[in-house]
Design a protein around this ligand. Structure first.
Ligand SMILES: C[S@@+](CC[C@H](N)C(=O)[O-])C[C@H]1O[C@@H](n2cnc3c(N)ncnc32)[C@H](O)[C@@H]1O
Length: 344
């Protein structure tokens, strides 16, 4: 059953913290550079970025320590680094040894994305995903032109829906994990966004929310990559048929002319992505691109993963091609993707 997640009473205090951070230096490029990254783009987000050394000092250095690296600092330094609203907002874990953030705040463009601390993210099965290059890939593919309704499936703490909300009247965030909805509310309040509506439920239930102009989903791995040391930082889907089931309901989720942008392994069981989309759409026209950026070994043989973009009602066409867009420092891939979809 789909359950709307009500806005918690800490929204206003959290918004005060977000406003102060966004007005100061806790911004995407400065924070990335504080931990030795040129910009929060591409594959640099696939490592354990939260463990990188902190090269910033003073109050900004303390903010990076607290908000990004999970450090614990004496309370007087925390009071200098964060506005007083951080306490009533319930953002802090305070002990006699000092205060630490009860999560992580990742600045991406003008969004402040809330998620778990790395320790919490990887314990149990209800941790919130730490944004990585797959999150960035979907964010970068989203067009900036405004639409009425956006649906972000598997929202986690809101890494994708925050950017989607900047170009949508309403941005619905849906995740099977009940901890994701409150995470999205944190991200909305920190980012100054008032149009994110989180729900708890499964993607199989999404059609109950109506049709959308845009749909996004950074899918968990359908099958674990074999031999990849980085595997523990990636979630694996409970159901390896998740993509096939999502494609089957895509025509119902997409309003006329709607656009879906997913990041996924190309695994639909038997048959190809193109055949699965043909089956799903029947006589309704669609165009699609699988813009893949990785090919690796899996228990069912070599698989590709990357962006899968589908435009409903936009004529017919299909392309599978390596992702060749400019990477570091580039926040927009839509113009490249639009050309691949025959729209540029
Ligand atoms: C790879 S994470 C992406 C999180 C977030 N969008 C991001 O990029 O930072 C995948 C998310 O899908 C959610 N998920 C997995 N299976 C799902 C399902 N069947 N229905 C809805 N959400 C699901 C997980 O709980 C997780 O939050």
């Amino acid at each position: 059953m789909l359950v709307p997640v009500p806005a918690p009473d800490w929204m206003d205090a959290t918004a005060v913290v977000g406003e102060a951070l966004r007005a100061g230096t806790y911004r995407a490029r400065a924070v990335a550079q504080a931990v030795g990254i040129i910009a929060w783009n591409g594959k640099q987000m696939d490592g354990r970025w939260w463990e990188r050394p902190n090269y910033a000092d003073g109050v900004f250095g303390d903010q990076v320590e607290l908000l990004l690296r999970g450090g614990r600092l004496p309370e007087d330094r925390v009071r200098a680094a964060l506005p007083g609203a951080a306490w009533p907002a319930g953002l802090l874990d305070v002990t006699p040894a000092g205060a630490a953030l009860d999560g992580t705040i990742v600045p991406l463009e003008s969004d402040l994305v809330w998620t778990d601390t790395p320790k919490r993210a990887f314990t149990g099965d209800d941790g919130l995903f730490l944004p990585d290059s797959t999150t960035l890939a979907v964010r970068r593919c989203l067009p900036r032109t405004p639409v009425a309704r956006h649906l972000d499936l598997g929202s986690g703490g809101g890494g994708v829906v925050a950017r989607a909300a900047r170009s949508a009247g309403e941005a619905v965030a849906l995740d099977i994990n009940p901890r994701a909805g409150p995470g999205c509310h944190r991200t909305a309040a920190l980012s100054g966004l008032g149009n994110i509506r989180p729900y708890t439920g499964t993607c199989a239930e999404a059609a109950d929310l109506g049709a959308f102009d845009r749909v996004s989903f950074v899918l968990p791995l359908l099958l674990p990559w074999t031999g990849l040391a980085a595997a523990p930082v990636h979630t694996v889907a409970a159901d390896r048929n998740l993509l096939r089931e999502l494609l089957e309901q895509l025509p119902a989720l997409l309003a006329p002319g709607g656009l879906a942008i997913l990041y996924t392994q190309a695994w639909v069981g038997h048959g190809s992505l193109r055949a699965a989309l043909d089956d799903a759409f029947g006589s309704r026209p669609w165009r699609g691109v699988h813009w893949w950026d990785y090919e690796g070994p899996s228990p069912v043989g070599p698989l590709r993963s990357g962006i899968l973009a589908v435009r409903a009602d936009g004529g017919r066409g299909w392309e599978e091609t390596p992702l060749d867009a400019e990477d570091v420092g580039v926040d927009d891939w839509w113009p490249d993707l639009a050309r691949r979809l025959g729209e540029g």
